[in-house]
Every structure is written in structure tokens, then in C-alpha cells.
Design a binder for this molecule. Structure first.
Ligand code: DC
Length: 215
């Protein structure tokens, strides 16, 4: 099974890079952040509180979830746009810190890859927890100002200061939570994407893969 793990903080360029790497290698792609967002979405939609651990865990276990390349379906509803909205973004760190939610989603992620014979998975804990034996682990970073600038371009309805503050808040929550915090795997290759274009990063990852498989 061929698994490429791409981890890193929000705004490091993970999604764009992971999608491009998957395309170049002809492998399927999975955005695991969208899965945590989908749980937050489903809890909010049921009128529940994302801080309710039991509710969030039950929701994760029972939900029908389909994360496609450009569409996310949650219990038969198209949630593609709403999972990126401010309400979900505000509460997703709480859901991601819930151990029972993580157990369920990690198991779904492993199953997803096993069924497809591998894939490119992006997230926070792919190289450390989900696939510690991944063929290649990349840890993407970029300086905080650049990450906020990128995010602000994506979410056009929020100003730079708001985006930067939210990003800093989520960085802290994601890297200080007790269970599976955002961390670089010891055998991950760190790639700093500050000032680099997507093509340059993808080419670097392709080169790292070739280095691993001398022909
Ligand atoms: O990458 P993103 O912003 O869509 O991630 C949403 C949230 O989910 C973020 O708070 C980090 C968390 N997450 C996680 O804990 N583990 C993953 N594998 C992916 C995302």
C-alpha cells in the first residue's frame, strides 16, 4: 500500500499541495480536516453543542460521510460550503480534541486507504498516528503571516486581522491538545513553503519520493 502523509498547520499549503501530489502520482486524495469539520457540521445541524463529548462521538460513529475531491456529503446533505464557514471553523478544534471522535475518524481514514490500496492523506496526525509506516511523510510549514495571508485570500468575507487571530488560536489549540496534537513525525521531511509556489513544492516532494526509491 502506497501512502503519502502530508501534515502541517492551517494555511501551510497542505490542501493545494496534497491534491497536486495525488494527481501527479495518480493516487486518490483525502482531506482528513474535512472529516473533523463534517462532525462539527452534523452536531451543529442537529442543534447540539460541539462541546458535548458524547453527542459528538455518537455523531461521528453514526454519520454517513463521503469526502470527495470537491464535494463533502454528510448524511445525504451537501456540506461542501458550510464546513468551511465561520460556525464550523469556530467549533472544529473542540471536536478534533475529542478522543472518541478521533478513534472513529482515524479508523475511517485507514479503511479509506486500505480499500484503495493507498493514497495521499493530508491532516495533522497522518504521519504520527494514522499511518506511521507511510512511504513518505511531509511536514509543511510556512511563517504565520504568510499562512494568514493565504487563508484570508480563501475566505473573502473576513479581514486579514480576523483570519490571523483565528489561525493563531487554532494553532495553539491543535498543538497543545492532549490527544494526537499537531506534531512533526521524527522521520518526516519538513518543507517550508514560505515564498514557494505550488509547483516548486510538488516538484520537491516528487524528488523526495524518487530519493526513497532508487531505480
Ligand atoms: O485542515 P483543516 O483546517 O480543515 O482542519 C480542521 C480542524 O481539524 C483543525 O482544527 C485541525 C483538525 N484536524 C485534526 O485534528 N486532525 C487531522 N488529521 C485533520 C484536521
Amino acid at each position: 500500500m502506497r501512502v503519502i502523509a502530508i501534515d502541517g498547520p492551517a494555511g501551510s499549503g497542505k490542501s493545494t499541495v496534497a491534491k497536486a501530489v495525488a494527481e501527479r502520482l495518480g493516487l486518490p486524495y483525502l482531506d482528513t480536516g474535512a472529516m473533523y469539520r463534517a462532525v462539527a457540521f452534523a452536531v451543529l445541524r442537529s442543534g447540539g453543542d460541539p462541546a458535548d463529548e458524547e453527542l459528538a462521538a455518537n455523531t461521528a460513529r453514526s454519520m454517513e460521510l463521503e469526502v470527495g475531491l470537491d464535494r463533502v456529503m454528510v448524511n445525504g446533505t451537501d456540506a461542501t460550503v458550510e464546513i468551511r464557514g465561520p460556525e464550523v471553523t469556530r467549533s472544529v478544534s473542540l471536536v478534533a480534541a475529542n478522543p472518541a471522535v478521533r478513534v472513529e475518524l482515524v479508523s475511517r481514514q485507514r479503511e479509506w486507504a486500505e480499500r484503495r490500496g493507498g493514497g495521499v492523506l493530508e491532516g495533522r496526525d497522518i504521519g504520527t498516528v494514522v499511518f506511521p509506516d507511510a512511504e513518505l511523510k511531509v511536514y509543511l510549514t510556512a511563517d504565520a503571516a504568510e499562512r494568514a495571508r493565504r487563508r484570508a485570500q480563501e475566505v473573502t468575507d473576513l479581514d486579514y486581522e480576523t483570519v490571523a487571530a483565528d489561525l493563531a488560536r487554532r494553532d495553539t489549540l491543535d498543538s497543545t491538545r492532549e490527544i494526537d496534537p499537531l506534531a512533526e513525525a521524527p522521520d518526516a521531511v519538513m518543507v517550508d513553503t514560505t515564498g514557494l509556489g505550488v509547483d516548486e513544492v510538488v516538484t520537491e516532494i516528487a524528488r523526495l519520493l524518487e530519493e526513497k526509491q532508487p531505480s
